[in-house]
Write a protein that binds this ligand. Structure first.
Ligand SMILES: C[S@@+](CC[C@H](N)C(=O)[O-])C[C@H]1O[C@@H](n2cnc3c(N)ncnc32)[C@H](O)[C@@H]1O
Length: 354
């Protein structure tokens, strides 16, 4: 056999081989959408059956997302190799090669590959989109403040039975003495809970606003003190940013059994907000829970020293009133009573000012 015949035979063998390879690649490319459909469909079906395990659901959705993104890469690579074969065929037999470069967006080369990739991307994005509500439902994005409020929502009725056994005068004797006489004051009860204190202060003729972030607590409070002239607001520390709170000033702010729920890093901001809300000469009456932190109820450690050093930084003077055991009878808990006064001169003398 002559050299030219040998070359021709080799070229024909290469042509046969490349044609076969190209056909295989083409078949493979068309199988990829089927792989994507089976993968996505199977995993989404798994998600619908794994209702009790959000962790598994999110894992399956993550897998569907990752799988589709990878198939986007795989099809890209396969189509790239096919393109190289097409170039080879074109060079091999330019006159016999069917050129289909396309003349518009829809007839352009690679439109099939692009369409598949868009489909895979949509499947991946839908999977991610489904992960968000699943995680939200599983309360993965719950902040510590949300968990505190959820705790009070869950336990509102039980806690109400306990909180309401304590009389306002017993819970806050200095405050009860102060408010029993003298001028009528504008009072804000922050974290008012079951409304026990707010209702007692309103009954003494004071103008009382109660801030309480737990819907359930507010509901219970309103049911327990139906006639009380209390303005309820759904707002919380550190911001206390209810629209109706914006320009208000209060002579007295009660923060009873709430400070331990404020994260230490937010306590300065909380004090700044309380200071802002005080009328000149106003007072914050605050109780500190001295006892071990409690993760379940999102209770952080509290010390009088911490508050005593933060208060002056926000223009408030700190004064300790005293300490008492827990009125609900928990031996591990004690309470410290504190008054924070705005720097402005006071107009009325009171037992809270020593
Ligand atoms: C232990 S209870 C005290 C209720 C009431 N002040 C008392 O002394 O009986 C704590 C209350 O504070 C509310 N609370 C929790 N975190 C708060 C925050 N960051 N700002 C305002 N209130 C909050 C809770 O919803 C709950 O009603």
């Amino acid at each position: 056999m002559q050299q030219s015949e040998r070359d021709h035979a080799r070229q024909m063998a290469a042509f046969d081989q490349n044609s076969q390879n190209f056909r295989s690649l083409n078949q493979l490319m068309w199988q990829i959408p089927l792989i994507s459909m089976s993968l996505t469909g199977g995993l989404w079906f798994g998600v619908s059956k794994a209702e009790t395990s959000p962790f598994l659901q999110i894992g399956l959705l993550g897998l569907a997302c990752a799988g589709n993104l990878m198939l986007m890469i795989v099809i890209h690579r396969i189509r790239y190799i096919m393109e190289r074969y097409l170039l080879w065929f074109r060079t091999f037999n330019a006159s016999g090669f069917v050129v289909a470069d396309g003349h518009s967006y829809w007839t352009k080369s690679q439109i099939v590959r692009r369409s598949f990739q868009i489909m895979f991307l949509l499947a991946a994005m839908t999977s991610v989109g489904l992960m968000v509500p699943t995680a939200r439902e599983a309360k993965w994005f719950q902040t510590a403040a949300d968990r505190t409020t959820a705790f009070y929502d869950r336990s509102a009725e039980d806690l109400a039975d306990r909180y309401e056994t304590i009389d306002f005068a017993k819970a806050h004797p200095e405050l009860a003495t102060l408010l029993a006489s003298g001028p009528k004051r504008a009072i804000l009860d922050v974290g008012a809970g079951t409304g026990r204190d707010a209702a007692a202060m309103a009954a003494l003729g004071h103008s009382v606003t109660a801030a309480e972030p737990s819907d359930r607590m507010r509901g219970v409070a309103q049911a327990m003190h139906p006639g009380a002239a209390i303005e309820w607001m759904d707002t919380s520390l550190p911001k206390l940013d209810a629209a109706r709170m914006a320009d208000r000033k209060f002579d007295l702010i009660l923060v009873s059994a709430v400070w331990m729920h404020i994260h230490p890093s937010q306590r300065r901001a909380a004090l700044e907000r309380l200071s802002q809300l005080l009328a000149p000469g106003g007072r914050v009456y605050l109780t500190l829970r001295l006892g071990a932190p409690d993760k379940d109820r999102v209770i952080y450690g509290v010390t009088a020293d911490e508050l005593a050093s933060l208060a002056p930084q926000t223009g408030l003077a700190y004064r300790a009133l005293g300490e008492a055991p827990d009125l609900l009878g928990r031996p591990e808990v004690r309470w410290k009573y504190v008054v924070l006064s705005s720097a402005a001169p006071t107009t009325a003398s009171s037992p809270l000012v020593h």
